[in-house]
Design a protein. Structure first.
Length: 439
């Protein structure tokens, strides 16, 4: 079911407010929980593979391994990204959530503010082997500064530009675009005969935010000011959103049908040779599942403005991406939940899971495996270390994703329908999104 931007933002705001009341309790030492159901756990996993079935197949044997070792049965549900945030918010509001769940690291501060998640204090970190096992930047994306993290890192990621080598060769293009000007000129050479240059997920709110955030950084703008107040309609933010949507509306290098994509369809188009490029986090495993082989694709940094190179400021070319593991405070199995997090973040499981998904282990010891030195992961690790920036660590971040992400979705719908996308229309939608945040 689709929601209008206003409805989605209102639901998010009301659920956050309700959750702060519904789930604010807990003891001082562990933050809450009990052991009333010690032999069972419910786990909500985010969709990391090409589809939900692939995640079920990948995670099933690992959860069985955990059950054999501990006697605790894990009931797994893989939740699509389009549903995950609202499912989590509804669970925090009702107090009826899973025991353990995945959260996008960008949501950490917002969900932390509800009081629904177990705080990872010294005692809880000690139960899973210690805080110092994790990469510092990954821990830094697990909650607001100055507070105990609301989650622990599971997968670390960054964005890269993936390109189809065969399609580039057939078009006589020898290298991937390094700047946005090159993206447009290269893209227009590739967009012909029913094929398109760049894939997008125009109806995926989180993905929209990730792309708009990076472009805003490149325009010298932020979506929140230094005081943490929304600045959605600043000139730089408006220019960033327009630049992104114009890849469909003006430059004609994204297929109009991508305005409806929200379930990783752009990855399948890439694998099927319908689209020559895609901006994605750790996409190798998805491409392989769709029949591609190593060497069919190349990997390069996400473009930056003309004359720039990847780095901080205008050279920012990714948000700090990743998936964290969180525990609900009111779990019926606090000991089992901690044991499960310890298992999932163990050195061995980190190697297995991050190899499966083509992501980077946030656990330091697991990164030494040669599997994490492939072409794409080298690009991703370099990006994380030199040119990625974290999304705003503010309590309103999830509302920001809903409001602005939906505004971008609506602008893509306008572009697909042939309606004009102007600076004025972009600003109007971002101003409305900002007003919704204030109401």
């Amino acid at each position: 079911m689709r929601r209008t931007r206003a409805a989605a933002a209102a639901v998010t705001a009301s659920l956050l407010a309700a959750a702060a009341t519904a789930c604010g309790g807990g003891t001082a030492d562990t933050g809450g929980g009990s052991n009333a159901a010690p032999k069972e756990l419910t786990y909500w996993a985010s969709n990391q593979g090409p589809d939900l079935a692939a995640d079920q197949a990948a995670l099933g044997p690992e959860l069985k391994k955990f059950e054999e070792r501990t006697g605790i049965k894990v009931k797994l549900e893989v939740v699509p990204w389009s549903d995950l945030l609202n499912r989590i918010l509804a669970a925090t509001a009702s107090g009826q959530g899973p025991d353990v769940l995945n959260i996008g690291n960008t949501w950490s501060s917002s969900l932390q503010a509800t009081g629904a998640l177990l705080p990872w204090n010294g005692e809880n970190f000690a139960a899973i082997g210690g805080k110092d096992r994790f990469v510092e930047s990954a821990i830094g994306s697990a909650g607001a500064a100055g507070q105990d993290p609301a989650a622990v890192p599971l997968y670390s990621m960054a964005y890269a530009l993936y390109y189809n080598r065969k399609m580039f060769q057939e078009a006589g293009i020898t290298k991937p675009p390094a700047t946005w000007d090159e993206m447009v000129t290269t893209g227009q050479r590739l967009s012909k005969d029913g094929k398109w240059a760049l894939g997008a997920e125009g109806a995926n709110l989180s993905n929209n935010i990730h792309q708009a955030f990076v472009l805003a950084k490149q325009h010298g703008a932020d979506f929140f000011d230094a005081a943490g107040k929304p600045a959605f309609d600043s000139p730089g933010a408006v220019d960033a959103v327009k630049q992104y949507v114009d890849l469909m509306a003006k430059d004609k290098i994204i297929a109009p049908g991508n305005a409806e994509y929200a379930q990783n369809q752009s990855l399948q188009d890439f694998a099927n040779g319908k689209t020559a490029m895609v901006l994605w986090q750790s996409a190798a495993s998805s491409f392989k599942s769709h029949g591609m082989k190593e060497g069919d694709w190349g990997v390069a940094p996400v473009p930056v403005p003309a004359g720039g190179t990847p780095g901080s400021g205008p050279g920012t070319n990714s948000m700090v991406a990743g998936i964290n593991l969180a525990v609900f405070k009111n779990t019926d199995n606090i000991d089992g939940s901690l044991a499960f997090v310890k298992f999932m973040t163990s050195d061995d499981e980190q190697r297995i899971l991050n190899k499966t998904y083509g992501s980077i282990p946030p656990v330091k010891a697991a990164q030494s495996d040669p599997a994490f030195s492939t072409e794409d992961l080298t690009v991703l690790r370099t990006t994380l270390g030199t040119s990625a920036a974290p999304l705003p660590q503010v309590p309103q971040e999830s509302q920001f994703e809903t409001a602005v992400g939906t505004a971008v979705k609506e602008l893509f719908a306008d572009a697909a329908a042939g309606r004009p996308v102007t600076t004025e229309s972009v600003k109007a939608k971002l101003t409305k999104a900002q007003q919704q945040m204030a109401s």
